[in-house]
Ligand binder design. Sequence first.
Ligand SMILES: Cc1ncc(COP(=O)(O)O)c(C=O)c1O
Length: 364
Amino acid sequence: MTTPQPQPGILDIAPYKGGESKIAGTEKVIKLSSNEGAFGPSPAAVKALEQAALNIHRYPDGHAPDLRAAIAGRYGLEPSRIVLGAGSDEIINMLCQAYVGPGDEVLYSEHGFLMYGISAMAAGATPVKAPETDLKADVDNLLAAVTDNTRLVFIANPNNPTGTFLTADELARLRDGLRDDILLIVDAAYAEYVTGTPTYTDGMDMVRGADNVVMTRTFSKMYGLGGARLGWAYMPEAVAAVLNRVRGPFNVSVPAQMAGLAAFNDTAFTDMCRAHNDEWLKRTQDALRQLGLFVPDGVGNFVLVRFKDVATAEAADEHLKSNGIIARRVAGYGLPDCLRITIGKADEMEAVIAALRDFMGADT
Ligand SMILES: Cc1ncc(COP(=O)(O)O)c(C=O)c1O
């Protein structure tokens, strides 16, 4: 007897596993496993969600004119070149669905964000990874991996889980080395957190002047709306015209649109989040380096920590768990000897540092 079969390649996808949120036997956990904003949503966003509930029987306006206008206004963009998604994951998916199929290749860096490979395979395409150098995307290696079949190139800037980024010059060199028919997607999910780094770019300027560059952003990190599912992207008109054909007509819910607009406008809240991250990213990196651990120069809201081997990383994870702290194992990213730890509130980071100090056997 035959049973319904998915498209070739679908069953080869290793399903995405989100960060853990529970520790058996521990009621109050410190969840630092999914790079969610340390302070949750802005109170203004919560109020907007309450308002949204009153009209939840109405379909959303799928074009989300108010939110797109607000984003366009702040950054000086054309609203017609902005497309929203149910998280930036959906935009990554739509790009793969629309631009690749069997025989096509989707290129990204060795430790790049997992969804690029998953979305590529879901569209029947082949994921291709280019080696990194010192846990950072390498432009030469990416360009060397381009073939006649390459259609999309994804770069997370900064990347999850490494936190490292390509400079504006490096990104320009990558774009200049790609054929005009290859779409370069700069995934700037953590751009809101990058401060005091003049060489950094979120890719927005590059999109303005090119026909083959897209920048994606999310409301899941600093805006604290991961559960609402909201992301956006800035792209050439022609790409927007394509995505608006494959996009579900109501892909972004009324609560997501209303909470997103309120969160976007609450700049006092995001300023507070950014200042907190600035302080605790550096404090955490410094403290863990003092323990002799390797921590790359990340610029997002998380640190990647490398232990001396896989067993030590596993033991460190267990030790953190025994202290009620959930970090993220990143073996799925090819980094089994590392843990990724989101920057949480001050007391949470103090608990992380104390637990790792204890684990590493430091005296103070
Ligand atoms: C680099 C990167 N891109 C995209 C996403 C997806 O974010 P969302 O779909 O919640 O907008 C994440 C989430 O962790 C990420 O780390």
